[in-house]
Design a protein around this ligand. Structure first.
Ligand SMILES: Cc1cc2nc3c(=O)[nH]c(=O)nc-3n(C[C@H](O)[C@H](O)[C@H](O)COP(=O)(O)O)c2cc1C
Length: 265
């Protein structure tokens, strides 16, 4: 269990299985005799080793100055997004495609959750979900929505606002067929956003569907599919060390392209 690990500067210590970043049960923590930070995750679980959050905070606090100048920006927000997305991936962003999706009821009550974007192109930003979920019920009644990508490793966020419409069925089928059987079973079994009797009930639904379909291909549920949000506005935000951050918004121009404007941070 014991192995030599480089300690903090000025210390030469033999650490025991530290820096694992694997959560361990609190009762086992004593066995590790670590001199590294221990982060409580829950009453049942501790994280031994530096917390990932500290890395993000450290990255944010780093004296990084990457100005966002008008001249450096692509005239097309989609190409600008693609550039930033690639840079986020190259910087090791955790799930760079994770995006917060805000919807609202017709009378303006907002709700917010994360989804995974599954393709960003000239048609918009696609994501997949349950058509009976809260977000879908809200989108059907009010298709106006907003997305927020956040890449703390680079001190960047991208806001997108627009209208979300269902993707063609054939696209949903292609996407679902590319997912693991376990993911397909969960999507089939789960009445997303509705009250369920218990965790056991959900697991039983999955087991029953699995048994019922044996080795055959699972059906693509009618109540499952994609939306694509067609952007009507984009905003690129770049952290600056002095907190005088850069914000550039793209809005539709009269000639069918995009015009850019700088916003106060
Ligand atoms: C990183 C992350 C990615 C997620 N991706 C999806 C997704 O692609 N589709 C989805 O329906 N739910 C996804 N979820 C779960 C949603 O955040 C949410 O719990 C669920 O869709 C129900 O939301 P609603 O009740 O507002 O409709 C994700 C959650 C996280 C944290």
């Amino acid at each position: 269990m014991t192995r030599s690990m480089p300690g903090p500067p000025g210390e030469s210590t033999r650490y025991k299985a530290c820096f694992t970043r694997k959560p361990v049960l609190p009762k086992l923590a004593g066995a590790f005799s670590c001199r590294v930070p221990i982060t409580p995750i829950s009453e049942h679980c501790l994280l031994i080793g530096p917390s990932p959050r500290r890395d993000i905070v450290a990255a944010m606090a780093e004296p990084r100055d990457t100005p966002l100048r008008e001249g450096d920006l692509d005239a097309d927000p989609l190409r600008q997004f693609a550039r930033w997305f690639d840079e986020a991936r190259a910087a090791g962003a955790f799930e760079p495609d994770a995006v917060a999706l805000a919807t609202a009821t017709p009378d303006g009550a907002p709700s917010l959750r994360m989804v995974l974007s599954k393709g960003v192109d000239e048609r918009g930003v696609a994501f997949f979900t349950n058509y009976e979920s809260r977000k879908a019920v809200e989108l059907e009644a009010n298709p106006r929505a907003a997305l927020l990508f956040h890449w703390p490793e680079l001190g960047r966020q991208v806001r997108i606002e627009g209208v979300a419409r269902r993707v063609p069925r054939v696209e949903t089928e292609a996407y679902v067929r590319g997912r693991s059987r376990a993911s397909q079973l969960s999507a089939l079994a789960s009445p997303q956003s509705r009250r369920v009797p218990s965790r056991e009930w959900l697991e039983q639904q999955v087991a029953e569907l699995d048994r019922a379909h044996g080795a055959e291909e699972l059906p693509v549920p009618d109540h499952w599919g994609g939306y694509r949000l067609a952007p009507e506005a984009w905003e690129f935000w770049q952290h600056r060390p002095n907190r005088l951050h850069d914000r550039i918004r793209y809005l539709p121009a009269d000639d069918g392209g995009w015009r850019r404007e700088r916003l106060g941070p």
